[in-house]
Design a protein around this ligand. Structure first.
Ligand code: BGC
Length: 497
């Protein structure tokens, strides 16, 4: 039994209360659960459920050897992506070279579009003494806008900018020089310059027609112009690049910016001499930031062991057969994996009396934030799990044993995510092992990293497992909350000078 398997100390006492499950955990000849109305929630039943959960848990468990081989493949994929444009890892040159000095000053507009929210910010870079001052307005992106024609989405963005400018008495509308805007757009974009780039594909639930292969900076500029806003899109930035720059503004030894949020990705400084596919100016600088788009690693599913639940999720997703790794790691998908596992246990009549609910049957209704709440709950009766299962998901009542099972499932799904995350981060840092002579900072943002109670500690222990303590301790994982806006402002500054 793997060490992820169900904690055998689960209390038995509540298990008989009010539940009359009708299954003994065996399969009949057609592969369906064998049912019987004579079983009560006795020891056989408990044992069968524990075995079932433990067998799923073991599919989510990854040995050190396996992680080592994933890491090696990952480094190979990085190398391939540095030379080619058709690899799993896109390794996109961002046209951003050089490091922030921390001396930068000035006021810039920035927007952040790419997950559940749109943020419009006014960023004041105050230089070495003052740091950064951020004023921001956050709005939820209505779900309908994620699938309608892209012009509606960009008009929503332009409208939010207009409101922000008015509310903050920014005179951009009437002044002569347009206000430079740093546009954080957190999707794969093939950049053609610091202020232009074509969308490669949508993900994370967005499907708006009319955007793929289009220059997204230009689409936003058109939306701004049609509202007569005197704002100029000066730079287009992936959120990882923004996070990297924001972290580097405060900590010059920053090597990478990483997001573990709705999606996952990393950007890092690579030596220009290593980017053999770069066909631009060879003298732009010694290093350039690359947007890795690491969520697409192992697209062919050759390296990472995929469980049946991963296959089901992928098949039913908006973008099957792409972003395989993102679907095992990031916040949009972890809750969905838990949902698929719960449904299997329901179908075997091992949970909730064999009955699902409308919410549990609905895609993405088991949110990753539920997992964080369930895992963080230390109450003996697992109140958070009870509330989520009964109130959010409409299960009429749950036993302590069922809640323990759900918590165990949430834990092993999150654990695999954190271990895979550490593995690819270790691969990235090993690729720049020249920098591990000293210490490096990795600026990290995203709700999963910020809110999950054990994600960071599992990542850290996995880094030690893979790299050894001395090297792992040279990598500082630093929370860079909402950093991408600051990074976008820095890029707008670089671009507009
Ligand atoms: C996108 C990346 C982005 C990441 C984190 C992924 O789905 O492809 O461009 O950086 O999510 O937001």
């Amino acid at each position: 039994m793997s060490r992820n398997s169900l904690d055998m100390s689960i209390a038995l006492k509540e298990e008989t209360a009010g539940v009359t499950p009708s299954v003994n955990g065996k399969l009949n000849s057609t592969g369906q659960p064998e049912t019987s109305s004579h079983h009560t929630m006795g020891h056989d039943f408990i044992h069968a459920v524990k075995e079932h959960v433990a067998s799923i848990s073991s599919q989510f468990s990854l040995s050190t050897d396996k992680l080592q081989s994933i890491q090696e493949e990952f480094i190979q994929a990085m190398r391939y992506g540095l030379a080619h444009t058709d690899g799993d890892l896109a390794m996109i040159p961002t046209f951003v070279t050089g490091h922030p000095t921390g001396q930068e000053v000035g006021s810039y507009l920035a927007i952040d579009l790419g997950g559940s929210n749109l943020r419009v910010c006014l960023i004041r870079l105050l230089g070495p003494e003052g740091g950064v001052d951020v004023k921001q307005q956050k709005s939820v992106i209505p779900d309908t806008l994620k699938s309608e024609a892209v012009s509606f989405l960009f008009d929503f963005v332009a409208c939010s900018i207009e409101t922000f400018l008015k509310e903050n008495h920014l005179e951009a509308v009437n002044s002569d020089a347009p206000m430079p805007l740093g546009f954080t757009f957190s999707f794969p974009v093939n950049q053609t310059a610091i202020n232009s780039g074509k969308l490669i594909m949508w993900n994370k639930g967005f499907t708006c027609p009319g955007a793929v292969d289009m220059d997204v900076a230009q689409l936003l500029q058109e939306a701004l112009d049609s509202r007569h806003l005197n704002v100029k899109v000066a730079a287009i930035v992936n959120d990882t690049v923004g996070t990297l720059l924001a972290s580097a503004y405060l900590k010059p030894n920053t090597l990478a910016g990483v997001i573990f949020g709705t999606g996952t990705n990393a950007a890092y400084y690579e030596k220009l001499s290593e980017i053999s596919k770069w066909d631009g100016d060879p003298n732009v600088g010694d290093e350039m930031i690359l947007n890795m788009e690491w969520g697409n690693f192992d697209k062919q599913k050759r390296v990472i062991p995929f469980t049946v639940f991963d296959h089901r999720l992928d098949r039913e997703s908006q973008n099957p057969y792409t972003m395989s790794l993102e679907k095992m790691i990031s916040g949009r998908y972890l809750g969905e994996l838990v949902r698929y596992i719960l449904l299997e246990l329901v179908d075997y009549q091992h949970l909730f009396n064999g009955k699902s609910t409308r919410a549990l049957n609905t895609q993405y209704q088991f949110r990753t934030s539920f997992m964080s709440r369930i895992s963080a709950d230390t109450s003996s009766s697992l109140d958070q799990a009870k509330e989520i299962l009964e109130e959010n998901l409409g299960i009429p009542s749950t036993t302590q044993f069922e809640r323990e099972c759900v918590r165990e499932i949430c834990n092993f799904v999150a654990r695999r995510s954190a271990r895979l995350s550490a593995t690819i981060l270790s691969g990235l840092c090993s690729k720049r092992s020249d920098l591990l002579e000293g210490e490096v900072t990795v600026g990290i943002d995203g709700s999963l990293f910020a809110n999950h109670p054990s994600f960071t500690s599992i990542m850290k222990s996995t880094l030690v497992e893979l790299m050894g303590e001395t090297r792992a301790n040279k990598i500082h994982l630093a929370l860079a909350r909402d950093g991408s806006g600051i990074g976008a402002a820095l890029t707008a500054m670089i671009a507009s000078h």
